[in-house]
Design a protein around this ligand. Sequence first.
Ligand code: FES
Ligand code: FES
Length: 159
Amino acid sequence: MSKTFKEIKCTVNKEEIICNIEYGASLQDMLRENGYTSVKQGCGVGECGACTVLLDNIPIDACIYLAVWADGKTVRTAEGEAKGLKLSPVQKAYVDKGAVQCGFCTPGFIMTSSAFVEKHKGEKINRDIIRKEHAGNLCRCTGYEAIVEAVEHVAGKEG
Ligand code: FES
Ligand code: FES
């Protein structure tokens, strides 16, 4: 049976990309094929959060989101968070607080945390909110405490 393809145009990390994509392909596959390998392949069924990207600044699991749905939208992946060699405040906090061990979950966590920090700018936050809004991201290594500490360090600030 012949496959059906559609040309889509979306913005990934501020760069416009155009690709001819099979209707059933996931956004995860499309991004990885275009070099955005920070989008990890974990469970493939929306359970682990390793593939988290921001779609129009909202965290989603790219493994269960069709690439064709991203037509006309903006996507952010962990590759786009640093400015050259300068880590984003969230990335720096993860490093400083020791929130990275094997690193497999880290790009997905970074995207969830970045959206969290932007959403709660200037608000009073606490560890329960951090845990609740990161519940879609799983980590096998850290025990989560260092991750929560890293997010707490940057969240709730103005600016
Ligand atoms: S790989 Fe997408 S949620 Fe696990
Ligand atoms: S640091 Fe290894 S899975 Fe999170």
